[in-house]
Design a protein around this ligand. Structure first.
Ligand SMILES: Cc1ncc(COP(=O)(O)O)c(C=O)c1O
Length: 395
């Protein structure tokens, strides 16, 4: 008889075999269904993190399972010497969501989407990039050069140069930094990794105007905020701006690795044959997952649901009027909860012990990015449990 492995058993094997880039895992998950996941000891958790804004349809959604299974048993991979129907359909669908003409380059991740966009920007012939404080665009060298956090950057310097950082949300600072050497301004419409930071009203419109006035591209990184998370396909659609470049990943495949760099208008023609490539990007199985994901978001009305259930969650958090909760911000189901003290890691631990998976993205900030299919009842379970979790964490 084989003895089932426990969480501790897996953690020990992980410690002996896996590179220590993430620190010790919080637990070992073995199964997921809907908004719940189970660990190797059989404990169930309500997943308010969704693989960091990835599992937009929860876990094991039948439509994604069916699409992936069908595609894998039909045609699992071809090289980019060829195309496949799911690849073309996905490119057209993404362009349709953005309401414009353009061209799509498919990747396997958000950071690869950033790399494609960075290279696309260099094809303007300009080299300066303008990015924002608090920004996160990925961990590969180009994306890292556009990522503000010193702790992520410094061990790997020198990074690709010519990047100017400006205060996120400050249109005046952006105006001062952008000039006729700027290839692109890169911004997250809502900063995800920073913890659901929403810029002031009018900021994205100002960025559009500043980029246009200087002949620079406006690249909006929707890797975390896209795929319906804020109640629109893309968060910038709340502000009605038209970017030149959009990057997306995370939720696009509802758990299958896929990302995209989308060039709108003339920006779609900047990368030419030989300028960029990928073996797996555009893989038909990942594309089929993305098409199924988009189909379910449409058929189940999840854009509207994300906005409404997100408002319910944000409102419920505010209504707690808990002295340890000082602010709730974000949009739709991309929410940040500010705490009165540096107890976010302790809150994450207490929440897990109480059966909830959340994320501390800063010492005093929680990030909540649950599946878009989360129900009002599931949100209420979390709201009911939170006061005791906060109390335990602050002891
Ligand atoms: C806005 C944004 N861009 C890029 C990335 C990088 O994506 P990935 O981790 O898939 O490489 C992330 C990941 O958190 C992100 O939030």
């Amino acid at each position: 008889m084989t003895v089932p492995m426990t969480v501790q058993g897996w953690q020990d094997r992980y410690a002996g075999s896996y590179m220590n880039t993430f620190g010790p895992p919080r637990t070992t998950l073995v199964r997921g269904e809907g908004c719940y996941v189970w660990d190797a000891d059989g404990n169930r958790y309500l997943d308010l993190l969704a693989g960091i804004a990835v599992n937009v349809l929860g876990h094991a959604h039948p439509a994604v399972v069916e699409a992936v299974t069908h595609q894998l048993t039909t045609l699992g991979h071809v090289s980019n010497f060829f195309t496949t129907p799911p690849q073309v359909e996905l490119a057209e669908t993404l362009l349709g969501q953005l309401g414009g003409d353009g061209r799509v380059f498919l990747t396997n991740s958000g950071t690869e989407a950033s790399e494609a966009a960075f290279k696309l920007a260099r094809r303007t012939g300009r080299t300066t990039m303008v990015a924002a404080t608090g920004a996160f665009h990925g961990r590969t060298m180009g994306a890292l050069a556009l990522t503000a956090k010193a702790a992520y950057r410094e061990p790997f310097e020198p990074l690709p140069g010519d990047v100017r950082f400006v205060e996120y949300g400050d249109a005046g600072a952006l105006r001062d930094a952008v000039d006729d050497t700027t290839a692109a301004v890169v911004l997250e419409p809502v900063q995800g990794e920073a913890g659901a930071v929403v810029p002031p009203a009018g900021y994205l419109q100002a960025a559009r105007e500043i980029a246009t006035a200087n002949g620079a591209l406006l690249w909006l990184d929707e890797v975390q905020s896209g795929v319906g998370r804020t109640g629109r396909w893309f968060a910038h659609q709340h502000a009605a701006v038209t970017p030149d470049v959009v990057t997306v990943a995370k939720g696009l495949g509802a758990g299958m690795p896929i990302g995209a760099c989308i060039g709108l208008g003339a920006a779609g023609d900047l990368l030419q044959p030989g300028n960029h490539g990928t073996t797996f990007g555009g893989n038909p199985v990942a594309c089929a997952a993305a098409l199924a994901t988009i189909g379910v978001i449409e058929s189940e009305g999840l854009l509207e649901h994300a906005e409404k259930v997100g408002d319910h969650l944000a409102g419920g958090l505010r209504d707690l009027q808990h002295p340890l909760v000082t602010d709730v911000h974000g949009a739709g189901l991309l929410l940040g909860v500010d705490l009165a003290a540096d107890i976010a890691p302790a809150v994450t631990r207490s929440a897990q012990a109480a059966g909830f998976i959340v994320n501390d993205c800063a010492p005093a900030r929680l990030r909540l990015v649950p599946p878009l299919v989360i129900s009002y009842d599931q949100v209420d379970t979390w709201l009911a449990a939170l006061p005791a979790i906060l109390e335990e964490a602050s002891e």
